[in-house]
Ligand binder design. Sequence first.
Ligand SMILES: NC(=O)c1ccc[n+]([C@@H]2O[C@H](COP(=O)([O-])OP(=O)(O)OC[C@H]3O[C@@H](n4cnc5c(N)ncnc54)[C@H](OP(=O)(O)O)[C@@H]3O)[C@@H](O)[C@H]2O)c1
Length: 261
Amino acid sequence: MKIGFWGAGEMAEGILSAIPSKKGVIMAEKRAERAAELKRKYHVSVTSSVVEVAKKADLIFLAVRPVDVAAVAQEVKGFIKPGAVVVSIAAGKSLAFLRRSFGPKVPLIRVMPNLALKAKEGMCAIAPARGVSPDAVKEVEKILGAAGKTVVLAERFFDAVTALSGSGPAYFAYMEKMMAEGAMALGLKADVARLLAEQTMYGTAKYLRESGMDLNKFIAGVCTKGGTTAAGMEHLSKPPFGAAVAKTLAAAAKRSQELGR
Ligand SMILES: NC(=O)c1ccc[n+]([C@@H]2O[C@H](COP(=O)([O-])OP(=O)(O)OC[C@H]3O[C@@H](n4cnc5c(N)ncnc54)[C@H](OP(=O)(O)O)[C@@H]3O)[C@@H](O)[C@H]2O)c1
């Protein structure tokens, strides 16, 4: 199966870097320096023509910015290899929009990835359009699964997914910054504070994943009565924090819904 990309920016590179055999991959990229960089780094074929990719590839990642999706669709319409599957990672572009843009015959899959793809620890939600073959979905799960975790979900959940895992890296980075700044106020140097905050976040996520522990049980377990964690949680668990997180997700989901219209 020949894999293609329309757009070879940050996210495309994250996906590409996880593909074990890059032989045969073809990418279309506007920026000549970027094309040269990817050719040098991954020995893939990079063209400036989205039509060339459309004609050659069997599974194509649509990885341009959302504002450029309509222009790419316009350019490639009529040139896509029959049966080739288009996998869109463009935020907010619904399957209905993609169907109108590419036409009813093109099998479509919508994906919401996140930036952690670049560290092969991404989170990708996959929503296949009706009628897409299970084999095509499996293939996409395999490719994206090499760059992190995947989940197949109905498209109606995508605003929530966008708010949680799509936008989530910024929220966790903000939490890390706040934790590090809190520790700096207690005397730690910036680099040490960042290391301690980041490793604690990373290690806790890893432990929770590996143990599968119930979150409430875990929190109760580390909050020994009269201890330091309990003293800290006394502040964190009060309403402003939980409410702020809920409002953050709701605002992001609302924006995702607006952009999808
Ligand atoms: N970054 C994230 O955290 C994230 C998370 C979830 C989803 N996404 C989605 O992933 C997609 C890609 O994001 P990104 O951050 O990788 O964007 P990006 O780095 O800007 O990459 C897009 C690339 O496509 C090129 N391009 C645009 N139109 C083209 C055309 N007609 N032919 C060939 N190349 C073309 C752009 O060139 P020019 O710059 O010259 O236009 C740019 O190099 C977006 O739709 C975004 O919504 C991103």
